[in-house]
Design a protein around this ligand. Structure first.
Ligand SMILES: [Zn+2]
Ligand SMILES: [Zn+2]
Length: 136
């Protein structure tokens, strides 16, 4: 919790309890999650918090640059990211997102998201998803 407060202070965002809670449930996810999922997890923890409140908290974290948005063509999903500039390697099979730092210049294109298949999915010979690929 203290870590989140320091992080929010660094980003110039007031460390409200709601924001800290959202960071707490968002942090373990390597794959982007929807606001609905975060809300369900918070409710499961016994937090009396509304969906709109979760959405607002997430939006403020996005504005602060701490959380990145995925799935621009479908339902928005969110992931806690490093504040340092990076782009994303996104597995199109399991949705895993890996942050990649540095200036990767691809023929003049500044990469934001690069889609492919992650090593775990490439190694998945029998066609079933690897452990952790499907959300419980
Ligand atoms: Zn990111
Ligand atoms: Zn994968």
């Amino acid at each position: 919790m203290a870590y989140w407060r320091t992080m929010l202070d660094g980003a110039g965002v007031r460390a409200t309890r709601r924001r800290v809670l959202v960071l707490d449930v968002l942090a373990p996810h390597a794959r982007p999650v929807t606001v609905g999922r975060l809300h369900a997890e918070l409710r499961a923890r016994g937090e009396q918090i509304g969906l709109t409140t979760v959405y607002r908290a997430v939006s403020s974290l996005v504005d602060a640059g701490l959380v990145h948005v995925f799935g621009r063509t479908g339902e928005a999903a969110y992931r806690l990211c490093d504040p340092a500039r990076h782009h994303h390697l996104v597995c199109r099979v399991c949705g895993l997102v890996v942050e990649r730092f540095g200036e990767d210049d691809l023929d003049g294109f500044l990469a934001e998201e690069v889609y492919g298949v992650c090593p775990l999915c490439v190694g998945d010979q029998d066609g079933t998803f690897h452990a952790g690929a499907t959300a419980p």
